[in-house]
Write a protein that binds this ligand. Structure first.
Ligand code: DLL
Length: 434
C-alpha cells in the first residue's frame, strides 16, 4: 500500500507524542501572544499556557466554539498580520455570520502535504487524472484538494461543481481516473452516467475520494458498484483547515487523523468531559502547526469515536470513525436520538427504494414527528396503491426495529427528490419556523 510520507505517517507513537507536545507548546505560545481572543480566555480562566506540561494537560484549556469564530468576524482570530496571509476561505454562513479562515504560505504548504497523503491513501499516483467536482471558491473543498493533486504530480482537472452533463463529457473525453467530490454528488453522477447510456467500460474511473458530508457503508457499496471504483472517505472542516484533517486508507476502516498536525479528543457534548478512548462523543480538534489561525480545542459538533489499534496499512496515526452526524443534526423523536445516517443505513438495504431520501421533522403538539420521503426504485414503482402501501409498511417496520421509533413514510416517484451537486440537504426541519 502506498504511503505519501512514510517518515511522518508511520512514525513510532513515542516519537509522535514527543512531536505533538513540542508543537502544542509552541502553538499555545503563538495563540496566547498573537490572538487577543486566546489571551482573554486564558487570562479569564486563570490558565497560563506555561502550565501545560503534557498532552494530558490539554484538557485544562477552554474550548473554542463556532460562535467564538463567528464573533471574531472577519479577522480577529488571525495570529499573523494580513500581509503574511496568502489565502482566505470562508464558510457559507447559512447559520449566522460566516467564519473566515486565513492561511500563511507555510499553512498552504502543509495543506498540500496533507492532501497528498489523503490522495495517496485513496490510491492516487502521479499517473492519475483527477477530476475535482468540489466547488472552487470560498468553500475549502475545491482549492483545498487542488494543490495536493499537483504536489503528487497527477494531472488535476479543476472542473468545479455542477453542470453534470459537462462533468460526464470531461470524465469520458479527458479519461478521468480519479474523482473527488461529495458522496451524494458521486451517486448523482453515477445515475447521470446510466441515463446518458454511457457504459462504465467507456470510462477510465478507478478511484474516488469523497467527503464533506456524512455517508454510510451502504452508500459506499452503492457508489463503488455503480461507478466500478474503490471509494474512500475523507474528513475536514474549514475552521480547522478544510479537507485533509483525516482520511481513509485502503483498509477502509476509520480515517487516519494527521496527528503530526492535529490533536483529537472525544468529549461528552453535554458536560465537556474528555471521554476514554473508544467512546462515542463530540470530536474536538487542536491545530499544531497552523500559523494564520491556530485553533485550540475546537468543538466540531461531529459525533465520532477514536480507534487506537494500529492499522494494517502501517500508518501509526489514530483513526476516527465515520462521523455519524453532527450534534445539531441529531433528531430527537419521542425521546429517541436519531441521526439521519441511521435511517440511511436502513433505507439503503431495501431493494424497493433508491438511496435518495429526505427527512422532514415537524412538531405536532408537544411531540416531534418524523416523515421519511424516499424514492421508489423504478422497477418497483407502480400506480397500484396496495403495492406501494406494502412497501411503505415494510420500511416502517424496519425503521421501528432498527431505531425504536415510528416514522411516517412517504414513497415518492423515482428522481423526484432534488439532486445535490455539493452537500446533500437530508433534513428539512419545519420546527424552526414555528
Ligand atoms: O466540508 C471540508 C471538506 C471539503 C472536507 C472536502 C472533506 C472534503 P465545512 O464546509 O466547514 O468543510 O464543513 C465541515 O462537514 O464539521 C462535518 O460535519 C462535515 N464533514 C466533512 N467531512 C465529512 C465526512 C468541509 N467525511 C463539516 N464525513 C464537518 C462526515 C463530514 N461529515
Amino acid at each position: 500500500m502506498l504511503i505519501w510520507n512514510k517518515t511522518a505517517e508511520t512514525m513510532p507513537r513515542e516519537a509522535l507524542i514527543k512531536l505533538q507536545k513540542q508543537r502544542l507548546l509552541s502553538i499555545l505560545e503563538h495563540a496566547y501572544s498573537n490572538v487577543p481572543f486566546y489571551k482573554a480566555v486564558f487570562d479569564e480562566n486563570k490558565i497560563s499556557h506555561k502550565d501545560i506540561n503534557s498532552l494530558d494537560d490539554l484538557k485544562e484549556l477552554p474550548f473554542t466554539t463556532k460562535a467564538d469564530m463567528q464573533a471574531s468576524y472577519p479577522y480577529n482570530m488571525f495570529a499573523i498580520p494580513l500581509d503574511k496571509v496568502v489565502r482566505i476561505h470562508s464558510s457559507s454562513g447559512t447559520t449566522g455570520k460566516p467564519t473566515v479562515v486565513g492561511y500563511s504560505r507555510k499553512d498552504l504548504d502543509n495543506w498540500s502535504e496533507l492532501i497528498a497523503r489523503l490522495l495517496t491513501a485513496g490510491g492516487v499516483t502521479q499517473k492519475d487524472i483527477v477530476q475535482i467536482a468540489f466547488g472552487y471558491g470560498l468553500f475549502t473543498g475545491g482549492f483545498g484538494l487542488h494543490y495536493g493533486v499537483e504536489k503528487i504530480g497527477a494531472a488535476v482537472v479543476p472542473v468545479s461543481s455542477g453542470n453534470t452533463e459537462r462533468q460526464l463529457m470531461i470524465m469520458r473525453d479527458f479519461k478521468t481516473t480519479a474523482l473527488v467530490c461529495t458522496p451524494s454528488y458521486a451517486l448523482y453522477l453515477a445515475e447521470a452516467i446510466n441515463e446518458a447510456n454511457i457504459s462504465p467500460d467507456d470510462l477510465y474511473l478507478r478511484v474516488g475520494m469523497f467527503g464533506a458530508e456524512p455517508w454510510t457503508e451502504g452508500m459506499r457499496s452503492e457508489i463503488e458498484r455503480r461507478l466500478g471504483i474503490s471509494a474512500t472517505d475523507n474528513y475536514g472542516l474549514s475552521e480547522v483547515m478544510g479537507p485533509g484533517v483525516s482520511m481513509e486508507c485502503q483498509c477502509k476502516h476509520g480515517m487516519h487523523i494527521n496527528e503530526d498536525h492535529f490533536i483529537a479528543e472525544i468529549i461528552n457534548p453535554d458536560t465537556g468531559e474528555v471521554l476514554p478512548h473508544g467512546s462515542v462523543g463530540e470530536l474536538v480538534l487542536t491545530t499544531l502547526t497552523k500559523e494564520a489561525i491556530p485553533v485550540i480545542r475546537y468543538r466540531t459538533r461531529d459525533i465520532a469515536s477514536l480507534i487506537e489499534e494500529q492499522c494494517e496499512c502501517g500508518r501509526t496515526f489514530t483513526r476516527m470513525t465515520k462521523p455519524q452526524g453532527r450534534t445539531d443534526d441529531m433528531l430527537i423523536i419521542r425521546g429517541v436520538n436519531v441521526f439521519p445516517s441511521q435511517i440511511e443505513t436502513v433505507l439503503i438495504e431495501m431493494e424497493e427504494t433508491d438511496p435518495h431520501y429526505q427527512l422532514v421533522v415537524s412538531r405536532e403538539g408537544a411531540l416531534d414527528e418524523l416523515e421519511i420521503r424516499v424514492e421508489v426504485n423504478e422497477a418497483f414503482f407502480s400506480d397500484e396503491m396496495r403495492q406501494m402501501r406494502e412497501i411503505e409498511e415494510k420500511i416502517r417496520q424496519k425503521i421501528r426495529d432498527a431505531l425504536g421509533v415510528s416514522a411516517k413514510l412517504k414513497l415518492v416517484e423515482p428522481k423526484s427528490i432534488e439532486r445535490s451537486t455539493g452537500k446533500a440537504k437530508r433534513v428539512i426541519d419545519l420546527r424552526k419556523k414555528n
